[in-house]
Design a protein around this ligand. Structure first.
Ligand code: AMP
Length: 355
């Protein structure tokens, strides 16, 4: 067990690292943040920091020597970096979960191999392959980059009547995946924590609404039938077990009008759709991550309040003032200076206590 007083190393200096560090500090751990930026959200809350690039082996070795366990706040940790660190200190979740979550094709192949449904998909590396894939799984699709896509970056909506040559050219990557377009009734996500002893704690499924491909609102619990909710939880539980996650796994899913649940994406880390747990659950996702990677028993994921979480994106950060007038809204700001469009600056969570 990693005991309070010992040091957790976190790769990544954004808001997820900040909120993980805050939860770890509350439990008496120290946190050391490794990221290229000097004054990111995470580095503002703990004095232990390394400012270096993720491929700087000398800096990684020093960091590993200074910490007792390592986790990350983003899944695009370079594979070499993950393997290098994992050889020096426990890396949780491990390099294999990262490998799968970083690659949309590996991810979907893995999901299918364990009996989990996804949208139909094809790897597309050329214009010819794109035409073939559209014939097979069109007439509507979403063309995505296999790696490094997030918040809708590297994505293109496709229709059969489009000029495929122009579409392929503007996509600009040769490493693509075409997914069949899912006419979903809603999007949900489930966050699961899995401890060192294999015990699992599952948060209630929540409903996610996106604006411009960025998460805008999370409604907890999701407004779906008890059957859909149970199926979504069971799927997330199954994936966490098969991946042997130690830490957190967020599973994003589509719910179709027929009540089918299709997995869209996996993230082996804290997730924006879990921010509501900070104020509405007995144990929030960040504390749960700390407990899992340190070998502590997991806490209760049950919620004492229903919640609606709204992201404050770009200049929306000014809305914190309005939220402050409502005693049941909790405000979280990430300490970022530049409110650029699309940038996640904070979030507010409106609580409705359960009776
Ligand atoms: P992703 O980066 O895969 O999480 O996609 C971002 C958002 O784009 C999702 O949350 C959906 O709203 C939408 N989207 C992605 N893939 C599909 C799909 N195959 N069918 C319909 N909508 C999609």
């Amino acid at each position: 067990m990693i005991e309070p007083g010992q040091t957790i190393g976190i790769l990544g200096g954004g808001q997820l690292g900040r909120m993980t560090a805050l939860a770890a500090l509350a439990l008496g751990y120290r946190c050391h943040i490794f990221s290229p930026d000097k004054d990111g959200p995470a580095k503002q809350v703990t004095p232990l920091a390394t400012d270096a690039d993720y491929d700087d082996k000398a800096a990684l070795a020093k960091f590993a020597a200074a910490v007792d366990v390592i986790t990350f706040e983003f899944e695009n940790v370079p594979a070499d970096t993950a393997e290098y660190l994992a050889a020096l200190k426990p890396l949780r979740p491990g390099a294999s979960a990262l490998r799968i979550a970083q690659d949309r094709i590996k991810e979907k192949d893995f999901l299918r191999s364990i009996g989990v449904a996804t949208a139909p998909y094809r790897a597309v590396g050329s214009e010819e392959a794109l035409r073939r894939a559209m014939d097979e799984i069109g007439p509507r699709g979403v063309l995505k980059t296999v790696r490094m896509g997030y918040d809708g970056k590297g994505q293109m909506a496709m229709r059969a009547e489009m000029d495929m040559a122009a579409a392929w050219q503007s996509f600009g990557s040769t490493d693509g995946i075409l997914e069949g377009f899912v006419e979903f009734a809603c999007e949900v996500s489930v966050i699961v924590a899995r401890g060192e002893n294999g015990k699992i704690a599952t948060y209630t499924p929540v409903e996610n609404q996106h604006v411009n491909h960025i998460l805008d609102t999370t409604i907890a619990p999701a407004r779906v039938s008890p059957e859909v909710s149970m199926r979504a939880e069971a799927i997330a539980h199954h994936i966490a077990e098969k991946l042997e996650i130690i830490g957190l796994l967020a599973v994003e899913m589509f719910v179709t009008h027929e009540g089918e649940v299709l997995v869209n994406e996996l993230a082996p880390r804290p997730h924006n759709s879990g921010h509501w747990t900070i104020d509405a659950c007995y144990t929030n996702q960040f504390e749960q991550l700390v407990r899992a990677i340190c070998g502590l028993p997991l806490g209760s994921p049950a919620h004492h309040s229903d919640a609606v979480m709204k992201n404050l994106i770009g200049t929306d950060i000014a809305k914190w003032r309005e939220a402050a007038n409502d005693p049941l809204q909790k405000i979280h700001l990430y300490g970022k200076e530049n409110a650029a469009p699309g940038r996640k600056m904070g979030h507010v969570t409106k609580l409705t206590p359960r009776r």
